[in-house]
Structures are given as C-alpha cells and as structure tokens.
Design a protein. Structure first.
Length: 398
C-alpha cells in the first residue's frame, strides 16, 4: 500500500474536466475526472476497463475514470470516510465547519499520523446550498444525497441534473439516518443502508477496497466483543439520548434503525423514550416528561463537540427544580455523547465511549470528558480497539 498523506489539502489543475461518469438515476452522461482505474476485486462497484464504478441509491451506478481529487462534502460522516481511506486531503467543504472539524480531530488525536485540516473549508449548507458555489468549487464528486437537496433547498430535479452533468456526480444517502421519507423523485429507487454499508460504497469511489476491509475487520471485532459481553436485558440500564434546549429536551431513540444510531443501537440499552413517538428526525419533551421516564443514564448528544459544555449541562440540570430530581443527575450519570454525523473512525471511538458510559462493569469505567479537550486518554489495557492498528490502516502501512 502507498503511504498517502492523510493531512492537508492539495491544489488541482482544473483547466479541463478530468472525470466522465454515468448514473442510472440521471439520464445522460455526467462529467467527473480522469486517470486510469484499477481492478475492483470486491465491493459493490466494479472496474469498467478504463475506470471504476460505485453504486449507491438513490443515484445508482456512477462511473469514474479516476479517483476523485476534489470532493464536495456536506455532513462530516463523508469527511471521516475520506480520512479513513487516506483521502482527507481531497475534502473541500464541510458542514458546521469548526464543530465538525474539531470533533473529528478530538478522536484523531489518538491515531498517530492522522489528522484533518478543516480550517478554511467553507460550510456549503450555510444560507442554503447554492448552484453558484458548486460551480466555483468544481468538485469531482458531491457526497450529498440529491433527495436531501430537493427536500431542504429551493432546488429542482433539473438543477440536480445540471450540476451532475456539468460539474460532477452526486453520491450520498441521507434518509438512512433514521429511515425517513425521501423526496418523491427518488422514492421508487431509494434504499436504506447502515453506516458501514455506506462506507463500503464510498470505498469504491476512492478505490480503497483494502483499507475498507481492514477497518471493517476492526469494527467487526469491536462489535462482536460488545455483543458477547452485554449483560442480560433485564440488567441493562435505561438510557435517554437527548440534547438540552431552552426549557426542553430534544429527543432521539437509541435503538431505532438508521446510521444515526450506529453508536448506540449495538449496545442495546433500554430506551427510556421507546414508547414516545414523533414525526421527523427528532422529538421534544419537557422536564416533567423526562422525570416521568427518569432514565438511569442521560447521553447528551453533541456533548463532546464544541457546541456544548457537558459541565454546563450538568449545572443547568442540577439547578432546575425538576431536573435536579432526575436519577441520572443525582447519580452523576449525565455524560457527553458523540455526534450523529459519524463516519467509521468516529464510530469506533463513539462505540467505545458509549459502551463504557452504559456498562462500566463490563467494559471499564468511562473517565469522563473535559470540554474543549481531545477524546480522553484511556489506558491501553482498557481500550476496546487498537488505536495503532487503525492508524496504520489509515496511513496505508498495513
């Protein structure tokens, strides 16, 4: 394997289009980039002789003449995938740039030789996605679900097709996050994927089958270790995944299908909010309702990001006349959770984090998180996966 840099970004001569791609979701040719591709012995893509193909619904098959050198990213799971595959330097945009970038590096701090240069990247969703910006960025591929674009921005199907045919193809799947409804234009061909199935398809885009397989093996070992050491269901704690807002809690299910629960569903804790339902990607409950379900553990979503201080969250709950009565508050089990927009590297850390927060007797105590610092340093014999092994894969030295 080559020792591809996983830091920084590179400039690319864009004096001519470098990719040619075709997609089943868009009628007609789609321009994208150009160097010869190699064989693809595994995965869902394949070599087409002069290049390679990646397949992901709702777009379908997209053919590349080369590995993309400039990639548009909205949500950070795709940036994390690019870093994991040794192509972090290709990322040119990032949603909620500082929050996403600093959070990713909080995990990467424990992977020697791995980092992500996020500073200076524009947030493509700030103020709404604009066609003019996509023309200026001149990306080889857009890791964003066109269904998301149709549902959240003032775009038409013609706009989607125009960017695909004149700039670069779309590849993304947003609604697998919580198995939400796609835009009508894509409803017939939409499919739902797990986080690692999405990563599998992205590995085809970058022609990094070996890196993917090695990282998937790490994940499978971690997943199996957790599954085989969970206590009986009636001995598991009740937990609630929430974000504290202005006088209310934004709520999320722990064990629902979708890749937004990739760090909680494998842990199979008893969801204190399992009987509560809501339309959309999240719900809300007030303090009284939270006290009524009274979870043993509160996993504060985004708690490890720069958006929230878990210390301030605890202080706010302790000073509230109802919040102070919560069992999790009284037992000091209000803990900093991770990001829902997690890629494979983040998922490894966030699985370890949640396992320790929910089941300290089985997986070792969670040392706590100090706001503004990297992911905590866990003693080597208490780690649930090998950091150096992961770093070696990302660096391409395996």
């Amino acid at each position: 394997m080559d020792d591809r840099s996983v830091t920084g970004r590179v400039g690319v001569d864009r004096s001519r289009r470098r990719f040619v791609a075709a997609s089943t979701a868009f009628g007609g040719a789609v321009l994208a980039g150009c160097i010869s591709g190699g064989d693809d012995p595994a995965g869902n893509g394949h070599s087409n002789g002069d290049g390679h193909t990646a397949t992901l619904q709702p777009v379908g098959d997209v053919s590349f003449d080369a590995v993309p050198e400039r990639v548009f990213v909205a949500f950070p799971q795709y940036a994390d995938m690019a870093v994991a595959l040794g192509h972090g330097d290709a990322v040119t945009t990032l949603f909620s740039t500082e929050m996403s970038g600093t959070t990713m590096n909080k995990f990467y701090d424990h992977l020697p030789g791995v980092s992500f240069d996020w500073e200076g990247l524009p947030n493509p969703l700030e103020g709404g996605l604009r066609k003019e910006q996509l023309y200026e960025l001149d990306s080889d591929v857009h890791f964003l679900d066109p269904s998301y674009v149709l549902k959240h921005d003032d775009w038409t199907e013609d706009d989607i097709d125009d960017i695909a045919s004149t700039v670069g193809p779309w590849i993304g799947n947003f609604h697998s996050g919580v198995h939400s409804d796609p835009a009508d234009a894509y409803a017939d061909q939409y499919e739902f994927y797990t986080l690692w199935e999405l990563f599998d398809r992205v590995a085809d885009v970058f022609q990094e089958r070996e890196r993917y397989a090695e990282l998937k093996a790490v994940y499978d070992e971690l997943h199996d270790h957790i599954a085989s050491n969970l206590p009986p269901e009636d001995e598991r704690p009740t937990a609630a995944r929430v974000t504290l807002g202005d006088g209310q809690f934004y709520t999320y299910h722990l064990n629902a299908p979708g890749y937004w629960q990739a760090d909680t569903r494998p842990l199979a804790a008893n969801d204190a909010l399992a009987d509560r339902s809501w339309s959309g990607d999240w719900g809300t409950v007030d303090y009284e309702t939270m006290l009524d379900v009274d979870p043993d553990v509160i996993l504060h979503l985004w708690g490890i990001t720069s958006q929230y201080s878990i210390d301030n969250i605890r202080d706010e709950l302790e000073s509230h006349p109802v919040g102070s009565d919560l069992t999790a508050v009284q037992n000091d089990r209000v803990v900093a959770g991770g990001m829902r927009y997690q890629g494979p590297l983040m998922n490894l850390f966030q699985l370890e984090m949640a396992a320790k927060q929910l089941y300290p007797d089985e997986f070792g105590a969670w040392p706590g998180y100090e706001p503004g610092t990297p992911y905590p340093d866990i003693p080597e014999d208490e780690r649930l996966f090998d950091r150096e092994r992961v770093a070696t894969i990302v660096r391409g030295e395996f």
